[in-house]
Every structure is written in C-alpha cells, then in structure tokens.
Design a protein around this ligand. Structure first.
Ligand SMILES: *Cc1c(COP(=O)(O)O)cnc(C)c1O
Length: 482
C-alpha cells in the first residue's frame, strides 16, 4: 500500500471531488472521434488520504534543506530563505510578461542592475538574462559565435574545440549549433594539453568551449596562453561558468581572455535546483559580441527602463518572454546580501572546504590530482576496487545509508570510477568532519566486508534501481490498463 501510486490507491465512490456545473457553452464543433466517450479515470480518494500520500512522498525526497549534498559540478549549496521571500513578493511574482513597460519599472530595474552586477563579477560588457538553463546558455553562446563569424563573411569556421574533461552539454550544444567538435586531450596534470590545442587550431576553428576551474576542480594555469593561441587563430573563447564557486570575486573570465560566458544562476547564485528547474543560464559577452545577443535587452533612457528590440544583428529570441524571472530575483537578492566582499568569501570558503575534505580523505581513497584544488576534487576507490572489488557506485549507495546524498559519480569521464566531491561554502567544519567520517567508515567496511557495500543501500525505501532501463525505457505516465 505504501508504494502505490495515487491512481492505484483510488477508492471508487470516495466522492473526493465535485466539479461545478459548466458555465460556458458546450463546444459542439469538435469532430466526434476527438471526443472522449467516457470521463477520464481520475483517482478518487478522500482528501486526508491524498494529503498523506503526497506528504509521504515528499519525505522521501532529499534536498539541500535535508542535509549535505556534495554533488560535484552541480553546486548544491544552501539557498538563503530571504531569496524566496524576495521572489515571492507580489510585485514580482504576479507580473504578467505582456504588461506595459510603465507598469513594470521595478522588475526592469532589477534586470538592468543584475546585468551590471554580473558584468562586474565576470569582466564582461553585456548580459542576456533569457536562457532558462546552462545548456541553453551554451547554445546561445555557440550561436553567437556562429553569428560573429558569419557577419565577418568567414564561412570556413565550422569546428569547435572542446577538451575531453568538458561537461557533456558542451559538445552536445556545439553540435546542435551546427559545429563539428574537435576533442582536445587533457595532459597528465588534468589540464588542457597546450601542444594538442595548438595542433588543433586552424582556419576552420570557430572557437573553444572551456571550463575553468575545469571539471576536475583544477585551475587551467595556462589559460593566458590558451587564449592567445585561440585568438591568434581567429577563434573565440567560450567560458562554461555553470559553476563559478571556485573563483567568484577572485578571478574573472573576462580578464582571462574569454569572449563569452554563461553562468548558472541556479547553481552559483543560489536558487534551489536539481529537480529539473527552473533555472537561468545567463550569457555575458564582450562588447564586440554584444550586437548578437538575444533580443530584447533592458535599456534605460530619460523616461525609465524599457526593452530594447532595436537589435538588427541579434540571434533572435531564445525563450518566450524574458527568462525565469524568479531566478533572477533570487540571484539579485543573493548578490546584494553578500556584496563584493561576501562573494569573495563564498569562493574562499568553497575552496577551503574542498581542500579540507581532500586532505581528510587522501589516506583512504585515491586522489588522482592530489594538489591544491578549487571548489571540488576527484576521489576514486583506488585499492578498494583493485583489491576488494568495490566500485564507485557501491560507495555512493552506501552513503545513502549514512544519510548523505552521494557526490557526482562517473563524471568527468576521463577519470575511471570518479567521485566528484563539491562540499560548497555553506557547510560547517562539523558537517565536513561527519561526512569524512562516513566516507572513512565506508572505506573500512569495503576492506572488512565488501558485501555490505555491494548490497547497499540497506535503509532506503527502494534498493538498487534499473538506471539504464529507466533512461532507455522510461514510463512517463500512468497507464490504467498496463
Ligand atoms: C550544470 C552544468 C552545465 C549544464 O547546466 P544546466 O542548467 O543543467 O543545463 C554545464 N556545464 C557545467 C560545467 C555544469 O556543471
């Protein structure tokens, strides 16, 4: 009974809902074959049972408000509740996107100021707030790169360089924007191999998509040389800034030589995420690319703020209306609450926490790049796998028994059996110590009784699930007769 779906719990005759009589004319012009012969089989359940059902489900979910969530690359930091208060203010929450500009001056001012603040944080000149996710920001950026070369009449540039450590969305979006992807290998230090990059550069290369610090949590120390090589070859540099926690307030992509950057406001700038949205993948550019940004941008004149649609070289619209506005409100609140010094502290503490954990775990796990990292680092089972057959998946599942959301696993792809651990700045030393203790306990369990890990989780409502099956043959809706 506990595991049943709402539809399966239905008890006919519970009489849980009554629809009011229709007060609109019945539409008779629809073809009869399109009409339902019977009423839809909606579940019928007393209100208290329906409430209990959803409350029970909600308790099975795990979020940053439940506990530690070190999901590398995803920046699952605690989101201050004042952001929620601001996003819920009726003057923001109840706006209609087609309202006349004169009636939404506050919202436009927020967008205008947020754009200025993001420029300051990244060293860019203009931002679009439209894209609804990091991946859509990347697509926006890749399309801007294409538009830039097309405008100059340079039609040879059909290739995009992407390092092998990149997030999967990078090659996917480059491809979607019409580019062929050239993969550049990382060197033994986990950084872009500069000689390989130099060799890959040609008149056919439109640009490079780079994450820095990269997905191994390592700063690309040769970024100035990388930028010089790509620019000298006529290409542009795209910065995947989904996760800015490692350098916020310390270093800026614009100063490193990047022409375009996307940020995930829902990661670095504090919006709850992980359930599929809403997100915001804002995109910033240097002046020479500003004409290509999606339309409209928010501008200001003597009469106030307005949407500027007069952008003849724009790549167009990336989204209906103006982006996920509530995420913009949260990001703006977060920026104002922290200020410049607070932002710098965010990354200092994110980096400190990551290195603290790395040092605590290095005697128990293999740390492939065991040197100063930024906001995240990689661990692998090392000898726990070689000698006891314990995999990264086993460790992740066992962590569930200890009440933790596991780190990102099997990503980045270039490190076999990777655990990508990102503690974020919002965790206390006590919490990091507790997590390290659980990880160390698991390592000792692996040695003493690997079966305990192989059969984990032991305390969860569901045990191991068929993840491949769930992805390949998803059941996306209830089928009454299945
Ligand atoms: C999360 C992430 C993305 C994709 O962002 P979405 O909002 O999930 O589309 C891209 N690159 C990196 C490095 C990321 O961590």
């Amino acid at each position: 009974m506990q595991n049943k779906l709402l539809f399966e719990r239905s008890v006919a005759g519970s009489n849980s809902f009554r629809l009011p009589p229709s007060d609109v004319p019945e539409e008779v012009s629809l073809p009869t074959e399109m009409l339902r012969p019977d009423n839809p089989p909606l579940p019928d359940l007393p209100e208290n049972e329906a409430v209990r059902h959803f409350t029970r489900l909600s308790k099975r979910a795990y979020g940053v408000d439940d506990g530690f969530y070190p999901l590398g690359s995803c920046t699952m930091k605690y989101n201050p509740k004042i952001n929620e208060w601001a996003a819920r203010l009726p003057g923001f929450a109840e706006l209609h996107p087609l309202q006349p500009e004169a009636t939404v001056q506050g919202a436009l001012e927020l967008m205008y100021n947020l754009e200025r603040a993001l420029c300051e944080v990244t060293g860019m000149d203009r931002f679009t707030l439209q894209p609804a996710a990091g991946a859509q920001g990347e697509l926006t950026g890749a399309m801007i790169i294409a538009a830039y070369h097309a405008k100059r009449g340079d039609t040879r540039r059909t290739k995009m360089i992407v390092p092998d450590s990149a997030h999967g969305t990078n090659p996917a979006t480059a491809n979607m924007a019409g580019f062929d992807v050239i993969e550049v290998k990382s060197n033994e230090r986990g950084l872009v191999d500069v000689p390989s990059l130099r060799a890959a550069m040609s008149e056919e290369v439109a640009g490079i998509m780079l994450t820095n610090p990269n997905t191994l949590g390592l700063f690309e120390e040769e970024i100035a040389e990388i930028a010089a090589i790509v620019h000298a070859g006529g290409g542009l540099l795209y910065y995947d800034g989904a996760n800015l926690n490692g350098i916020l307030g310390v270093a800026r992509p614009g100063d490193m030589g990047f022409d375009i950057v996307h940020l995930n406001l829902h990661k670095t700038f504090s919006t709850p995420h992980g359930g599929g949205g809403p997100g915001s993948g804002v995109v910033g550019v240097k002046d020479h690319l500003a004409p290509f940004l999606p339309s409209p941008l928010v501008a200001k004149n003597d009469e106030g703020y307005y949407f500027d649609y007069d952008r003849p070289d724009s790549i167009g619209k990336m989204l209906a209306f103006h982006g996920n506005f509530s995420v913009l409100v949260r990001a703006y609140t977060y920026l104002l609450a922290l200020g410049a010094e607070g932002l710098r502290e965010v990354s200092e503490n994110a980096v400190l926490n990551a290195n603290y954990l790395r040092m605590k775990l290095r005697d128990h796990y293999h740390i492939p790049f065991d040197r100063l990292c930024k906001h995240e680092f990689i661990a692998t089972p090392g000898r726990l796998k070689e000698e006891y057959g314990v995999t990264t998946l086993d460790i992740a599942k066992r962590l569930l028994d200890y009440g933790y959301h596991p780190p990102t696993i099997y990503f980045p792809l270039i490190v076999p059996e990777a655990l990508l651990i990102e503690p974020t700045e919002t965790e206390s030393r006590q919490r990091l110590d507790d997590f390290a203790a659980a990880m160390i306990k698991i390592a000792s369990e692996a040695i003493a009784d690997a079966r305990l890990l192989k059969e984990a989780p032991h305390n969860m409502p569901v045990q191991r699930v068929d993840e491949v099956g769930a992805a390949r043959k998803p059941i996306l809706r209830y089928q009454a007769n299945a």
